[in-house]
Design a protein around this ligand. Sequence first.
Ligand SMILES: [Zn+2]
Length: 349
Amino acid sequence: MGFPTNVADEVLVRCGRHCCLCGKYVGQKIELHHIKQVADGGDDSVDNCIPLCFDCHAEVKAYNNLHPKGRKFTEKELKGHRDKCYARYSINSNNNKDTYNFDNMHKKIFQPTSNDLLAQWGYSELDKTCPLFQGNIILVAGYTGTGKSAYLHHVVNFNIKRGQRIVYCCLKDKVFNVALEIIAEDAHVNVEYIKRGMITEEDWNKITHNQNISDSKNLALIPYSEISDNSDIISLVESSGAEIVVIDDFNGIIFDDCKLVERFFYQLKSVSAKNGVIIFMIYNLSIPSRPDKRPMLKDFPSDDYYRLFDTVQLLYRQNMFYIDDCKGQDNLEVIIAKGALKNPQIINL
Ligand SMILES: [Zn+2]
């Protein structure tokens, strides 16, 4: 009775939580159907399983042999639909072989080690409200100047000290600048002073006594030039050996066609789930024309941009727009639009 968890995990990743008949993405509203019924000797194997939405599941089960109406779904046909669906969302399927070149560029960056510590935000309020789990994909969105990168640099620093291995895709800025920013965040030194060579002796001491430098073996910064196309990001998630991959930022990924955005996210979700890698993606939102500037999910170009993410956080600084109301406060608001234990949540950092 019922498919075991490992079978369920595998088939749900393979279909990307799409119904294998109607092709709809249905999230939690998915059921696993026995192609050959248990009563007829069907087993709980991957081969005998097809993920279906509630409607299609009802449809498949509705056929009544005693009152034949319409055409019955045969076992062979169901397997055919299912395999077509799996092929669509698989990165190893035949139709994608040309797109994905797993060349020698991004093989292994980190050697496998055992690390029992799980990744954390390093912001205690967030670890309580919105804990990280292996295989999660997390979207951090906000307007230019909100400090999205700095927010994640803290997460990077916190986790490399805990022995997490991190690949950071620098799609927006030069590797050198990103490295400076990460070091500055850890040492609590203003990065602009470092860039301009205006460091005080005190700052210099903070930087050189920085524990981070000794943890840098846990951090790999990948320059834009090494990410020739989107499949390189997928292969980094799949084979770098990192436990965390940061994509800074999404706007640096070029798509020939907007339909490919959805496909890219399915593949990202699929490889992260399979490999237990946590992905942080930064996304730059355009400032809306409405009077209330606090960002919302509808500010994304379409729901394809966020619906596959386990967590969506919208970062906001009120003083970017309403200087008078803030009385000099410079709080970063983290609006957890999706994925908090209790939705919705706003946390001030
Ligand atoms: Zn369906």
